[in-house]
Design a protein around this ligand. Structure first.
Ligand SMILES: NC(=O)c1ccc[n+]([C@@H]2O[C@H](COP(=O)([O-])OP(=O)(O)OC[C@H]3O[C@@H](n4cnc5c(N)ncnc54)[C@H](O)[C@@H]3O)[C@@H](O)[C@H]2O)c1
Length: 309
């Protein structure tokens, strides 16, 4: 199989590239390296350093002629999206449409498009937890809105151009290579600070809950999406909400950190509690998370410890 992974030098994208390379795929990563790193990328994959908004993406995609395109490149900062909605939309809407148009211009049967969407920023503050996909999309940020708008475009591209696609709405993904600036950056931020014995600040009272899913499990869901029928959107999470105080406690124990947490004012726009009901993807594709939170956190702390040495 020939696979393109946009954002392939980033956190989730690079783990996906590793999995595809192991499975024998020929892989092209398209990444502008704005937050991704070449060092993340398997030496068996090719890198095209390009912005997804660039008009040469059409040429890159048609020359490679992929069987599937995993779209993980994105502006991922919720807070930046709130400050600069148009900057977010330029990458997450116009850049994504540029990739979709590149795919549909490839002759023959169109490649399958696997869209990496968000579950954490899609449902606002739902009354039902864990949140199923049947809840209305009520994004609380321009980032969530831009991801949702692509979900609205995809069925249109199917009707107009026969575009095959699946959408995965990821919970808060964590693991090795994580960048501290993303949606679930808290694991990376806490771990780095704890290993350096620096103070750790929790914003608010630490009772906010997130659904932390390990990157290896997310990669499994993405590869299933490439091989399966069904467009989704599918939630990809554990269904378990973990609050920041508990996360702090587990990470402190794993990293041997003895300082108490410092508490700061809550950040505007942060949601209270979110967890995702992933029974749909379990029913349809047999996916469920395999990695316990503590095991995934232990692997993450080990990786950050190695990097710090
Ligand atoms: N990490 C999470 O918890 C989480 C949760 C839900 C959804 N997602 C989605 O998963 C995807 C991957 O996120 P991640 O956490 O691995 O973040 P990441 O920043 O590590 O990965 C994004 C990659 O895209 C690249 N990129 C950014 N803008 C680009 C552009 N204009 N052109 C080309 N490349 C560009 C970056 O250099 C980076 O390598 C994103 O679409 C994100 O919205 C992540």
């Amino acid at each position: 199989m020939k696979s393109i992974v946009t954002g392939g030098a980033g956190f989730i994208g690079s783990h996906l590239v590793d999995r595809l390379v192991d499975a024998g795929d020929e892989v092209l990563a398209i990444d502008d390296l704005s937050s991704g790193k070449e060092a993340n990328l398997s030496s068996a994959a090719r890198l095209e350093q390009a912005d997804i908004c660039d008009e040469r993406i059409g040429q890159v995609v048609s020359t490679f002629s992929p069987d599937r395109v995993f779209h993980a490149a994105a502006q991922i900062s919720v807070s930046l999206s709130a400050r600069e909605p148009a900057t977010d939309a330029k990458t997450n809407i116009l850049g994504t449409l540029n990739v979709l148009d590149a795919i549909r211009s490839v002759s023959g049967e169109t490649a399958k498009f696997i869209f990496v969407s968000t579950g954490g920023a899609m449902y606002g503050e739902p009354e039902t937890l864990p949140a199923p996909e049947s809840l209305p999309a009520t994004p609380g940020s321009p980032y969530g809105a831009s991801k949702h708008s692509i979900e609205v475009y995809l069925p249109v591209y199917k009707r107009l151009f026969g575009m095959r696609h699946s959408t995965l709405r990821l919970a808060n993904v964590f693991g090795p290579r994580q960048d501290p600036h993303g949606e679930a950056g808290v694991v990376a931020i806490f771990t780095r600070a704890m290993l350096a014995d620096r103070p750790v600040t929790i914003f608010g009272d630490g009772e906010d809950e997130r659904d932390y899913v390990y990157v290896g499990d997310v990669v499994e869901a993405l590869t299933l999406a490439a091989e399966s029928e069904g467009e989704g959107p599918f939630n990809v999470g554990t269904g378990i909400g973990t609050n920041v105080n508990d996360l702090f406690g587990v990470l402190a124990e794993l990293s041997g950190y003895n300082q108490p947490a410092a508490y700061g004012p809550p950040r505007a726009g942060d949601i209270g509690k979110i967890s995702l009901d992933s029974s749909l993807i379990h029913r349809e594709w047999g996916w469920k998370p395999q990695t316990k939170l503590v095991d995934g956190l232990a692997a993450t702390v080990s990786w950050f410890r190695e990097q710090a040495e």
